[in-house]
Design a protein around this ligand. Structure first.
Ligand code: BES
Ligand code: MN
Ligand code: ZN
Length: 499
């Protein structure tokens, strides 16, 4: 899709469709008033007759409106003018795309940018219009033998800005929106690919591809033998039962000052989680191909930041394995030694995420990080606690947690903090090793984070449990690309703070 910005009156746009907001109850927006005036009261007449109330979700598509240069005018109900927040703005944009897709129009001028959204500026509105449009248009067709062609697909959106003074800001917003949207799509594609295609090796090849695309990116892939040398006994215990070789992928993006400590992202890359010998039940087991969505979000955020050429240092670390049961798989009761030297009793082979993350988190020390953020589809308990709307957030440094909470509010890709109190640590006690890899039923998300916290003592760290938000189940099954939006916003905020 092509996106641009432009300032100018709606009736002067020579284009397929002009999109105009209308508020409840029957209140015309500034652009609606202009169209109304040039068309001699056509819009206010329709509104008076009850053709559109302006409630959220209302639409009215008009053709050949008098004294306008466009083929169509699409009126969109936005609800009460004062009540538009980021959720409603998103819904309004989704309604717009859904209607336009079957309208025959290919080029669109959107005046939805004139809607006042609480605490949000023009940059935010343009960026989020693009994200909503791309969310609607995303399809995973890579593996369908027959591609569906749309006869008159949407080609171009022009966002209206207020006067020439906003053009530069608008263009910047378009660049940001497009970079984030394409990185979200990339993360979705990786998530949606099945386990027989998206293997650890495939993830590594995607990271190498980033290296080739961007001069500032340098990718490195460690093999099983390298990890053995590093003493990554926890990570390697997970891959034992699989025919797919494990990979430890690092993606460095160094566009900041040399001495500036990097932000390190660590993404769980379990390309299929059968549970191992602690085998999962069969129902919905296919969804465990999404167990690499943390890794996908790391690839996504690296790609967005590189695309935007942000002046900052970032490192992405992706421990990638497949968790399968075979004759050499780990058994419940096995004890392994992690890279940190701490020993772990594997009481459940299905708690594999923390086993690969703990060694990756120890490995992260090597980059002398400013902060480390790990992203993982780690616990079913997090789905129970927070559902599909918010990721779980835990960590050892409150300023970092607050930055992530705030980036969540800005991006709409939200997270919510859970306590990481010392009191929970005792659930990980093992009679035979330094710790067990599970902490029992109560507070499963917290005890998983407690486990990780034992490997992150040397730096500021936050953990995002994305088990509930990384993909949708049911009829619309598919990866969401979350939390690429949240992480990119966090980096954007950091860049702003430092300049
Ligand atoms: N990948 C799963 C977590 C998961 C499960 C995410 C269902 C989304 C939906 C993880 O590896 C896992 O199996 N966790 C176990 C941990 C338990 C054995 C302590 C879980 O949550 O059941
Ligand atoms: Mn598991
Ligand atoms: Zn898992």
């Amino acid at each position: 899709m092509e996106y641009t910005v432009k300032s100018g009156n709606p009736e002067k746009q020579r284009i397929g469709c002009v999109v105009i907001p209308v508020y409840a109850s029957r209140k015309l927006s500034p652009s609606a008033k202009i169209i109304d005036k040039v068309s001699n009261g056509y819009i206010s007449n329709l509104v008076r007759r009850g053709e559109i109330e302006g409630d959220l979700g209302n639409i009215l598509l008009l053709h050949n409106v008098e004294n306008t240069l466009c083929d169509r005018v699409l009126l969109i109900g936005c609800g009460k003018e004062k009540d538009v927040d980021f959720n409603t703005f998103y819904k309004i944009n989704r309604t717009m795309v859904k209607t336009l897709k079957s309208s025959g129009a290919t080029e669109i001028a959107s005046y939805l940018t004139e809607i006042q959204v609480k605490n949000k500026n023009i940059n935010w509105k343009i960026q989020h219009s693009i994200l909503a449009i791309e969310e609607d248009l995303y399809k995973f067709n890579l593996l369908k033998s027959k591609k569906k062609e749309t006869r008159r697909p949407l080609r171009k959106f022009i966002f209206s800005v207020h006067g020439r003074g906003q053009l530069m800001e608008g263009e910047q917003a378009v660049r940001q929106g497009m970079a984030i949207a394409s990185s979200i799509s990339l993360a979705k594609d990786l998530g949606n690919l099945p386990g027989n295609i998206c293997t650890p090796e495939y993830l590594a090849s995607q990271a190498v591809k980033l290296d080739k695309q961007h001069g500032n990116i340098c990718t490195n892939v460690l093999e099983v033998a390298d990890m053995e040398k590093l003493g990554m006994g926890a990570l390697l215990s997970v891959t034992r039962g699989s025919r797919q070789p494990a990979k430890l992928i690092t993606i460095e993006y160094m566009a900041g000052e040399k001495k500036q400590a990097p932000i390190v992202f660590v993404g769980k890359g379990v390309t299929f989680d059968s549970g191992g010998i602690s085998l999962k039940p069969g129902e919905a087991m296919d969804e465990m191909k999404f167990d690499m969505c943390g890794a996908a979000s790391v690839i996504g955020v690296m790609s967005a930041c590189a695309e935007l050429q942000l002046p900052i240092n970032l490192v992405g670390i992706i421990p990638s394995v497949e968790n399968m049961p075979d004759g050499s798989a780990s058994r419940p009761g096995d004890i392994v030694t992690s890279m940190s030297g701490q020993t772990i009793e594997i009481l459940n082979t299905d708690a594999e995420g923390r086993l690969i993350l703990c060694d990756a988190l120890t490995y992260a020390e090597k980059f002398k990080p400013d902060v480390v953020i790990d992203i993982a589809t780690l616990t079913g308990a997090c789905v129970i606690a927070l559902g599909a709307h918010s990721a779980g957030l835990l960590g050892n440094h409150n300023p970092l947690a607050n930055d992530l909470l705030s980036a969540g509010q800005t991006s709409g890709d939200r997270c919510w903090q859970l306590p990481l109190w010392e009191d929970y640590q005792e659930q990980l006690k093992s009679n035979f090793a330094d710790m067990a890899n599970i902490g029992g039923k109560p507070a499963g998300t917290i005890t998983a984070a407690c486990f990780l916290s034992r490997f992150t003592k040397k730096y500021h760290w936050a953990h995002l449990d994305i088990a509930g938000v990384a993909w949708k189940s049911g009829k619309e099954k598919g990866a969401t690309g979350r939390p690429v939006g949240l992480l990119t916003q966090y980096v954007l905020d950091r860049v702003k703070d430092e300049n």
